[in-house]
Design a protein around this ligand. Structure first.
Ligand code: FES
Length: 79
């Protein structure tokens, strides 16, 4: 059953909610966050973010079915 709400804690105290399996890029937009992207195909690494301590590529991965996720930017935080 997919009706869990995932609470996403972004850098700078931003917050949004999403559903499991939603796209990361879409969820970021809802929090007014732009994840930098390049290839959108999983090969360049521009979109890498750290989610609960694990580096993922936002363009090809979906939001996992967890209650709380904490996101950090893997790259230079001042982009
Ligand atoms: S945009 Fe290139 S890996 Fe995600």
């Amino acid at each position: 059953m997919i009706n869990n709400i995932v609470k996403i804690h972004w850098p700078d105290g931003k917050y949004s909610e999403a559903k499991p399996d939603e796209d990361w890029l879409h969820a970021a937009k809802k929090a007014n966050i732009d994840i930098p992207t390049g290839c959108l195909g999983g090969s360049c690494g521009a979109c890498e973010i750290e989610v609960n301590g694990e580096i993922i590529r936002a363009c090809i991965q979906k939001i996992p079915d967890k209650d709380n996720l904490t996101v950090k930017f893997a790259m230079d935080p001042y982009w």
